[in-house]
Ligand binder design. Structure first.
Ligand code: MN
Length: 131
């Protein structure tokens, strides 16, 4: 069964790009354009990984990560943070919120899926090969 990745991202172009890349690599992809919606989707669908945009309207990605991490239903799902506005201390804040890793936008489309796959629990190789 293919691994499922939930992308929480408010920018339609970034959402489309990351979804296309992950689907082309064989992942099943769920998407949410707001944090609240994404957190609910994670509780319901229990994806294998969450790709979390940090800057979101309303509840931001750090808050959403804390919400996921403090819930026993979703607490074990790795969260990979994505941000366009990398500033000093951001990475530390992301880790403090419970993110397993931190990527800066624009993403490197060649290595993206491999990097994401590296944060999946268990199998790392299956979806990691770029096409
Ligand atoms: Mn955003």
């Amino acid at each position: 069964m293919s691994k499922t990745i939930l992308i929480i991202e408010d920018n339609p172009l970034n959402l489309e790009l990351t979804r296309d890349l992950l689907e082309a690599a064989g992942f099943s992809v769920l998407t949410a354009e707001a944090a609240e919606e994404g957190v609910q989707l994670a509780r319901r669908m229990h994806p294998d990984l969450v790709l979390m945009d940090i800057s979101l309207p309303g509840m931001d990605g750090l808050e959403a990560t804390r919400a996921l991490k403090s819930d026993p239903v979703t607490g074990s799902i790795p969260v990979l943070a994505l941000t366009a506005h990398a500033m000093k201390g951001d990475e530390e804040r992301a880790h403090d919120a419970g993110c397993a890793g931190y990527l800066t936008k624009p993403i490197d489309t060649r290595s993206f899926c491999q990097v994401v796959a590296g944060y999946l629990p268990g199998e790392k190789e299956d979806h990691a090969r770029p096409k």
